[in-house]
Design a protein around this ligand. Structure first.
Ligand SMILES: C[S@@+](CC[C@H](N)C(=O)[O-])C[C@H]1O[C@@H](n2cnc3c(N)ncnc32)[C@H](O)[C@@H]1O
Length: 249
């Protein structure tokens, strides 16, 4: 089944252009967190690798990623059709880029490739924006468990997404968000209907509090770095637990 993103590419572009989900602010907050993490990284370490899970067309993030001192970037998305758009948005980057069609949960559960000397090769930074909420609650636990194995012990997981409040049910969350969508600018009735149908079928935002507890059980420290004005969109900064509190707000 094609995703909303594939069927309604122009709809998502319109949402982005009008900044209805506050992509600009969350991109700025993401950039700030990456700079803090890069600044505390020892100079002798190799340039870090970054995997972007559910990269989409990179319309908002390419300008930031291109400026980072990375050793390599991998953009992964379920929708093969977005990958050429992402590659085009990234353009000439000063590091190698790979584009991979695939499922982010399958990526997290994949064993680490063996590097030279047969040591497992881990990723330094995992970024995922507005994609993990498509996983069910049990799949989100599997994702956190798998990603913990795939990331370096001093790595960084930047999880940008929509989240439910602790007192929300999925129904109260969806009612509130759908009411908001109905007031988003520049969308026609069919586009609003497509977004609402997509949300009802595919959106399973993690509940704040519950997901923090689960993340701790799976070996992650958790810090909220940014929250959008509507309260749903947010950036969570996760690190393997041994480095808990290594980054100060
Ligand atoms: C709302 S878009 C976000 C795109 C981009 N990260 C951004 O912030 O603009 C969600 C993206 O996640 C992808 N996606 C959804 N579920 C996925 C999964 N299980 N594995 C990989 N990609 C997925 C969709 O194809 C889509 O490109």
């Amino acid at each position: 089944m094609k995703s909303l993103f594939e069927q309604q590419w122009q709809t998502y572009r319109t949402v982005l252009e009008h900044d209805a989900m506050e992509h600009r602010a969350v991109a700025a907050a993401t950039g700030k967190e990456l700079q803090i993490w890069l600044a505390q990284r020892p100079a002798h370490r190799p340039l870090p690798t970054l995997v972007d899970l559910g990269c989409g067309d990179l319309a908002r993030m390419a300008d930031l990623f291109r400026t980072l001192p990375l050793g390599a970037y991998t953009g992964l998305d379920l929708a093969a059709s977005v990958l050429p758009l992402a590659a085009q948005a990234m353009g000439e980057a000063p590091f190698p880029c790979r584009w991979e069609q695939g499922d982010l949960l399958a990526w997290a559960e994949r064993p680490n490739p063996l590097a030279d000397g047969n040591q497992p090769e881990r990723v330094d930074v995992i970024h995922s924006a507005f994609a993990i909420h498509h996983l069910s609650d049990s799949q989100k636990i599997q994702f956190l468990r798998g990603a913990r194995q795939r990331i370096e012990t001093d790595g960084l997981l930047l999880w940008v997404d929509v989240f439910q409040n602790e007192d929300d049910t999925r129904e109260t969350y969806l009612d509130r968000y759908i009411d908001r969508v109905r007031h988003w600018p520049a969308l026609n009735t069919l586009q609003i209907q497509a977004i609402v149908e997509h949300m009802q079928a595919c959106d399973w935002p993690a509940q704040r509090g519950t997901i923090e507890t689960i993340a701790a059980q799976e070996g992650w420290s958790w810090r909220w770095a940014w929250r959008g004005t509507s309260g749903s969109e947010a950036l969570a900064v996760l690190q393997p637990c041994s480095l808990k509190n290594a980054i100060t707000p």
